[in-house]
Design a protein around this ligand. Structure first.
Ligand code: ZN
Length: 1011
């Protein structure tokens, strides 16, 4: 027999697209269209419905970018449609493009009840099924002209730079009868055709399916598709009835819609995207009782509750029936590289508390399919927050190395493990296509040991979530020969089974570094600074408010703190803090950070005023976990001036020398630091012949994803800023000497201040930049003379070591790394830490090339600024200020202390009395990260502390109030036997004895004796 494989494929696809799909709807009837164009921002439905509507015609343009048009569609179901499934079809100008990322609508009844979303792949509104004929139709659609972004520079990301021309055209508005038999036929054909294409020609199943499709096509009367659909389907029934083989891989399919909480649209549009998609989901859940839809972010539920209470009530009903499933338990799907330790805790606790209070459920799986790499602190925090499992898929984006596992134990920096799964189809928005199903099986790394995987399906980002076509597909592939078995189930059902089947899964230890999107540690500098500042102000506000509440009865601002936390957590979303959103999002975020800082300053001032009482004694409040200038950690006192020797300054034509008896620092005529002599250790800190605090500019033109990516070739070119406009030496303060170096370069300006204070081996830097470069990476370099095989970077509640060499492709791929407040390099006996007050990107190299014989230098660089042009064409243009410091002769403990110092300056306050710390901790390895009152408003004090050096630490914690009880609890401040057993506590009077393991995080609940 002759083979004509390609011909049959063409025949099937042409029949599908030109005969079957066009026959899905028969018999149409135009409707009357009117429209009202909103001049500004969206309004509630009641206002939208009440606007003055004017006649509008199909084919007319609508919608300048970001505007809203309300459409009213009215008419009557004609008698001839009686008995049919009648729907209103609306095309808002979708141009046959893919789902999401464009115009969208939400359909309402005449009384303002949301019906469902209108999106490219789900553009219908149900009218009658079956129709009686004569039904009045009145449907309102709130249509949003969300512009499309394609990766090129665009002015559409900011309402201030918008052109005022319509983007879309109303392409369709009519009643139509859905031919359910043709609909079923289309799905039968698609499922079988896609399956056959995935099966090898050596597989007889491939041929039996294709033969049945051929017979179906021979049967089909193209002149009467509708009339012949049932007979055509009969030709496929045998192929569809053949069950999966016993060894078929089993897929848990989970309905989903990945809705980015802001990205190529502002937060206000996300709120509407959620209302559209969730309306679709609850409508679909009625029609398909097997649908399970997983939705992760508590924030998105909170928006729905506030803005669309009727949809929210429907969602709550579906949560109760188990069809709408809160998963993940975080406030948003946050970035996990940059949020601080306490902030990651609050992502979990705020999210889980919301789900518990609203729905009485507690998710057990962390759900982070799309964040840009995963911190090694997460396994412990997830376990301490009551999670058992972790889901992602983003590591499939690695550009260099293939991540080896799909189901595995992920082990964090402290040794804690969480059972983890990556859906092997490498997507979180599958259509359940034959290709996705087969690829997921082919790609799965655990065959032979595990037989199950998970597959989230549904369109995200305004695509509308799962569709009825996906659910029909799921029914067809539930048990189908040649296909994996597909069952719609919950993630928890999947994880429980996967873990049972594969308890000895392999272990991945440490961070999951994403070999992609390395620019997100630096893009949109104000996000980084705002986040860091807000996190530390929150620490202060909670600490002083708790102390004031306990000591003076000052009302603890529970609600205000929750509100600030929730806004801070939203801004940690994986396209906001990383700097990958449009200008509009980042402009609003900058305003939010400023507002939050004001609010927190107010709380701090009120608490300190209550604490210290009336008076005019100059006091110093030290919110840091370390004593500073004679002020105890977490306490308020007058402190002491201290007797420290002065700093000497000597200037000449060959530069300036600052000397405080501990460090002798030489600045060259070009204003760079040309030498640092550590007089205590009697050694040079910098590699001789090099210079530090050198600003370096690289071209920064990644191949794709401008705001996201730094590509390795950026290092091929570099220009050092050594031209000097002015050098000013400030030597009038004997306690601190300063040199200010001003540089002009192209259209940008730089002022670098180098300061050396008396009594410390720390050289401090402030760099102000008036930045007008684009597509340029600005770094500042410190060539340290230590032979370091690895660098240590602060992460949440600990630190992480990464090689400084590039031996393997994994090491080489980490050419830009994230560190929080400090990065440390050292050799036995001597180390140096670079601390910062608001940046995250670093690189550490064995540069510049040293001698062939002997120790190599270690150059540490901070990434300060970039200038990507997409999606915000003006990213980071304007003024910036960076603070950083070089801590010489630093152990890790010094790095930890100086990291806090750089981010948590002491606060001067006039009051009547000093205030003893609420708690004191004796072991410097143990760091108090948070002091707050318990969320249950019992008045209990919560202390969160951790072991910071990576070793074992015993410590005493002394409360300065009478203690009735001290218990170790989980992050949600609940008793948990397993967690309590990990950190034995002995209480004696007001003294608590604790034994901590490496990087262990302990949450203590202290109950005061008297209320
Ligand atoms: Zn995302």
């Amino acid at each position: 027999m002759h083979r004509s494989l390609a011909n049959l494929t063409e025949r099937i696809e042409r029949a599908l697209h030109e005969r079957l799909i066009p026959a899905l709807y028969r018999d149409t009837e135009p409707v009357h269209v009117e429209a009202a164009h909103l001049p500004g921002e969206p309004v509630p439905a009641a206002e939208g419905l009440a606007m003055a509507y004017a006649p509008f015609a199909v084919g007319q343009p609508w919608g300048p970018a970001w505007r809203t048009t309300w459409f009213r569609f009215s008419g009557e179901v004609p008698a001839r449609m009686r008995g049919g499934r009648v729907e209103l079809l609306v095309d808002l100008g979708f141009e046959r493009a893919g789902p999401g990322f464009r115009s969208e609508g939400l359909a309402y009844t005449a009384d303002g009840t949301p019906i469902k979303g209108i999106e490219p792949r789900t553009a219908y509104v149900p009218v009658a099924r079956p129709a009686a004929g004569g039904e009045r139709v009145e449907v309102y659609v709130e249509a949003a002209a969300n512009p499309r972004f394609d990766g090129s520079v665009s002015p559409l990301g900011d309402p201030e730079t918008l052109p005022d021309r319509p983007l879309y055209r109303l392409d369709r508005a009519e009643l139509a009868v859905l031919d359910e038999e043709v609909h079923a036929l289309v799905l039968d054909v698609q499922v079988l055709h896609q399956l056959a294409l995935q099966l090898a020609e050596t597989d007889t199943r491939h041929h039996t399916i294709r033969r049945s499709l051929e017979l179906m096509l021979d049967e089909l009367d193209v002149a009467d598709v509708s009339g012949g659909a049932a007979a055509a389907r009969a030709r496929l029934s045998g192929a569809l009835a053949s069950p999966a083989v016993p060894s078929a891989h089993r897929i848990t399919a989970v309905g989903h819609a990945h809705i980015d909480s802001a990205w190529l649209w502002p937060v206000r549009e996300t709120i509407r995207k959620c209302s559209r998609t969730f309306s679709n989901v609850v409508a679909l859940a009625d029609e398909y009782p097997e649908l399970v839809f997983a939705c992760s972010s508590a924030q998105q539920y909170a928006w729905l509750r506030e803005h669309h209470p009727t949809v929210y009530r429907r969602v709550a009903e579906k949560v109760a029936t188990g069809q709408f499933l809160p998963v993940g338990g975080m406030w948003v799907e946050s970035d996990t590289n940059m949020p601080g330790g306490e902030a990651l805790v609050r992502q979990f606790t705020q999210g889980k508390r919301f789900f518990a209070a609203e729905f009485g459920v507690e998710p057990r799986e962390v759900w982070l399919p799309d964040s840009f790499g995963y911190s090694a602190a997460l396994p412990q925090l997830a376990r301490l927050a009551g999670f058992r499992w972790f889901l992602s898929q983003k590591m499939s984006w690695n550009q260099t190395n293939r991540f080896p596992h799909h189901t595995f134990w992920w082990e964090g920096v402290d040794g804690s493990r969480v059972f983890t799964h990556f859906p092997p189809a490498d997507t979180y928005s599958s259509e359940l296509s034959g290709q996705d199903l087969a690829y997921g099986v082919r790609n799965f790394a655990e065959h032979g040991r595990s037989t199950v995987s998970l597959l989230p399906f549904g369109y995200g980002d305004g695509g509308g979530g799962p569709t009825r076509e996906m659910l029909e597909t799921a029914r067809r592939v539930a048990d189908l020969e040649g296909s994996p078995r597909v069952a719609i189930r919950t993630p928890a059902e999947f994880f429980a089974e996967a873990e049972r089947e594969y308890p000895d899964a392999p272990v991945w230890s440490g961070e999951m570094y994403l070999e992609h999107h390395r620019g997100t540690y630096t893009s949109q500098s104000a996000m980084k600074r705002g986040n860091r500042r807000t996190e530390h102000l929150l620490r202060e506000a909670e600490l002083w408010s708790a102390a004031a509440a306990l000591r003076t009865g000052h009302p603890y601002p529970y609600a205000a703190l929750d509100a600030v936390w929730q806004e801070t957590l939203l801004l940690q979303f994986h396209d906001i803090l990383p700097g990958s959103s449009i200008a509009w999002v980042h402009r609003e975020a900058r305003q939010t950070y400023a507002r939050l800082a004001d609010r927190l300053e107010g709380m701090i001032e009120a608490a300190l005023t209550a604490l210290t009482g009336p008076g005019s004694v100059p006091l110093t409040a030290n919110a840091a976990p370390h004593e500073r200038d004679g002020v105890p950690a977490l306490g308020v006192s007058a402190g002491h001036g201290g007797d420290v020797p002065a700093v000497s300054v000597r200037s000449g034509p060959d530069g300036t020398v600052l000397d405080n008896g501990l460090l002798r620092v030489r600045l060259g005529p070009d204003g760079t630091v040309s030498a640092i002599r550590d007089l205590v250790a009697d050694r040079d800190v910098l590699r001789p012949g090099t210079a530090a605090n050198v600003l370096q500019l690289h071209p920064d033109t990644p191949n794709r994803f401008d705001a996201w990516d730094i590509d390795a070739f950026y290092r091929h070119r570099r220009r050092d800023l050594t031209g000097v406009a002015k050098i000013v030496v400030e030597a009038d303060d004997p306690r601190q000497a300063r040199v200010r170096v001003t540089r002009d370069d192209r259209s940008s300006g730089y002022v670098q201040t180098v300061s050396l204070a008396a009594g410390e081996r720390v050289l401090r830097f402030t760099t102000e930049v008036d930045w007008h470069e684009r597509e340029t990476l600005l770094k500042v370099a410190f060539p340290i003379d230590v032979q370091a095989a690895q660098s240590s970077s602060e992460i949440q509640f600990g630190h992480l070591q990464r090689p400084t060499h590039t031996n393997t492709s994994w090491d080489a791929a980490r050419f830009e790394i994230c560190a929080h407040r400090w990065l440390h390099v050292g050799e036995p006996g001597y180390g140096v830490a670079l601390v910062n007050d608001g940046t995250y990107g670093h690189d550490v190299t064995r540069q510049p090339p040293g001698d062939v014989l002997g120790a190599q230098p270690t150059t540490v660089r901070l990434s300060l600024l970039r200038g990507p042009r997409y999606p915000d064409p003006n990213t980071d243009q304007g003024s910036h200020q960076f603070g950083y410091a070089l801590v010489c002769g630093a152990e890790i403990a010094d790095a930890v202390r100086e990291g806090y110092r750089a981010n948590l300056p002491v606060r001067r306050h006039l009051g009547g009395r000093a205030v003893a710390p609420l708690v004191e901790v004796t072991n410097p390895a143990v760091v108090v990260e948070a002091v707050k009152l318990a969320d249950d408003r019992s008045g209990d004090v919560i202390i969160r502390l951790y072991e910071a050096l990576g070793g074992r630490a015993r410590t005493r914690l002394t409360a300065s109030f009478d203690l009735a009880e001290a218990r170790v609890c989980d992050l949600l401040e609940r008793d948990d036997a397993e967690i309590g057993a990990l950190a034995p506590v002995a209480v004696e009077g007001n003294l608590v004895e604790l034994a901590l393991k490496p990087f262990q995080v302990v949450t203590l609940r202290l109950r005061p004796a008297r209320r």
